[in-house]
Every structure is written in structure tokens, then in C-alpha cells.
Design a binder for this molecule. Structure first.
Ligand code: PAF
Length: 275
């Protein structure tokens, strides 16, 4: 695997590379990322991964400074997964001057759910992903369903800006007890880690109830929130939405997803299940 820290170096290395699959990450890789790399291998001639902790998508009181930077371990995992090129720029390379030009996603897509709790987050994600797309020029890009709203925003960005890039969604990878893998799971204490699967269990409970005919969504959401709160969580939301745009489902909407976000101690966890 070749590692490049500069835009010029990566561009030169990719000249004439054939079909390119791209998996952008912020590093601290887990099996969910590696599953995306393996999927990427099946879809292109070469696989490019990036590792860049993007300041633009973190709020002032969020974990930008303490976000784990584990480049050596990550590089070894990417090489073992068959990645051909790693792009690992520093901040000066990506943002040599303050970034004044930003992608502004549809407010209806970003002022809800994660965006309501993290103002500016999805604008920061879309801006860096567009910039990375311009650097890598991939034919296909892969993102995990774990960040369901991010996937929806990026799909819409690609469609509305007519970017010639296929977006592929990877299934969420879970630990044996159901906890969705996330770089932030490492912040959990042992006791919190033991409690953490309750979030995915509540989402699975809602999915089962809907499968057996329950249609009072508000009751399901309220009960799940209460169950989490009773076990020491601070839920932001548990909500059943339409998959396509994450708005409240209307009559006849069949493709649904249940999404949840809740704080356990100092760690905020998110998860979702398609219904
Ligand atoms: O999902 C992530 O890790 C990040 O939001 C992304 C897409 C790499 C942009 O910084």
C-alpha cells in the first residue's frame, strides 16, 4: 500500500489507475471500516482510503482534540485489507487557508436528528467529502449505514451536484452483543460498555413490534426512550422515519428506519435499524 500525505502526490499516483473505489474515514478503524474496504475491493481496480479528522464537522464543545489518532495501526489494517492507496493529509494540506467555500445541505435534511444536536455538522461533512471527491476522483464511494443521516445527505449532494460517483452503503457491523461498532465505543468504561447494547436492543424491539402490526409509532418511541432513561441514559431521540429523506412517515410509506441517539455517561452513541 502506498501512503500519500499530499494532494499532488496522490493525484500523480492515481493517474491512469483505472476504476477507483474510495472509502473516506477519520481513522481509528474498526471492523466496520474494514468491511467497507473489502467491499470496495470487489467494485474497482484500485481502492483508496483516506484518514483525516475533519475539524469542520466538529462543534466547539465536541471531541475534535481527543478524537483518537492511530495512524500506524490503521495503516497496517488497511494494507492487510488490500487497500492500494492511503491518503492521510495533515490539516495544512487540506485547509491551507480558512475554508470559506462550504457545501450547504438542504436544511430539511440537516436541521433534524443529528443536525439538530450538532449544528453545522453535516455542512462540515459534505464540504470535506466534496473536497476529497475532487482530490481522489473516485468512480464509487462507500459509506456505512451506521451514520444513516450522513449517508442520506451525501447521496443527495452527489445527486443534486451531478457528481459522477456511485454511492454504496455498507451494512452496520455489530459486536456479538449487538452494539454497533464505532470509533467512539472506545470512550466507554467497562460498566458503560456492558450497558451499551441496550440502545440496539430497543431499536430491535421497535422493529419487532412494527413487524407484528403495531402502528402507534409515538407510543413505541416514548416507551423506548423511557426504558433507556430508566437505565441511566440521556436519550436525544428514538424516532421512526422514512428512509429516503428521514422525515416523519406518511400514510403508505413502507421503507422505514428507526434511529436512536443517546448519551451514556460522557459518550454519545447513535444507531439505527431499517424496518
Ligand atoms: O464518517 C466519517 O468518518 C466522516 O464523517 C467522513 C465521511 C470521513 C467525513 O469526514
Amino acid at each position: 500500500m502506498q501512503t500519500h500525505h499530499t494532494i499532488a502526490g496522490l493525484r500523480a499516483a492515481l493517474a491512469g489507475a483505472g476504476r477507483v473505489a474510495f472509502v473516506p474515514t477519520m481513522g481509528n478503524l474498526h471492523d466496520g471500516h474494514i468491511a467497507l474496504m473489502r467491499e470496495a475491493r470487489t467494485r474497482a481496480d484500485v481502492v483508496v482510503a483516506s484518514i483525516f479528522v475533519n475539524r469542520l464537522q466538529f462543534g466547539p464543545s465536541e471531541d475534535f482534540d481527543k478524537y483518537p489518532r492511530t495512524l500506524a495501526d490503521d495503516s497496517a489494517r488497511l494494507a492487510a485489507a488490500g487497500v492500494n492507496f492511503l491518503f492521510a493529509p495533515d490539516e495544512k494540506e487540506m485547509y491551507p487557508a480558512p475554508q470559506h467555500y462550504h457545501v450547504e445541505p438542504d436544511p430539511a435534511h440537516v436541521n433534524i436528528l443529528e443536525g439538530a444536536v450538532r449544528p453545522g455538522h453535516f455542512g462540515g461533512v459534505a464540504t470535506v467529502v466534496l473536497k476529497l471527491f475532487n482530490i481522489v476522483r473516485p468512480d464509487v464511494a462507500l459509506f456505512g449505514k451506521k451514520d444513516y443521516q450522513q449517508l442520506m445527505v451525501l447521496r443527495n449532494m452527489v445527486r443534486e451536484l451531478a457528481l459522477p460517483i456511485e454511492i454504496v452503503a455498507g451494512e452496520t457491523i455489530r459486536a456479538d452483543d449487538g452494539l454497533a461498532l464505532s470509533s467512539r465505543n472506545g470512550y466507554l468504561s467497562a460498566a458503560e460498555r456492558a450497558e451499551a447494547p441496550r440502545l440496539s436492543r430497543q431499536l430491535a424491539w421497535i422493529r419487532e413490534r412494527i413487524a407484528t402490526g403495531e402502528r402507534d409509532f409515538l407510543r413505541l418511541e416514548t416507551e423506548a426512550v423511557a426504558e433507556l432513561a430508566a437505565h441511566g441514559w440521556h436519550p436525544d431521540y428514538i424516532t421512526i422515519r422514512r428512509r429516503s429523506d428521514l422525515q416523519a412517515p406518511g400514510k403508505g410509506d413502507e421503507a422505514l428506519v428507526v434511529l436512536g441517539a443517546a448519551r451514556l455517561g460522557a459518550t454519545r452513541l447513535i444507531d439505527n435499524l431499517e424496518i
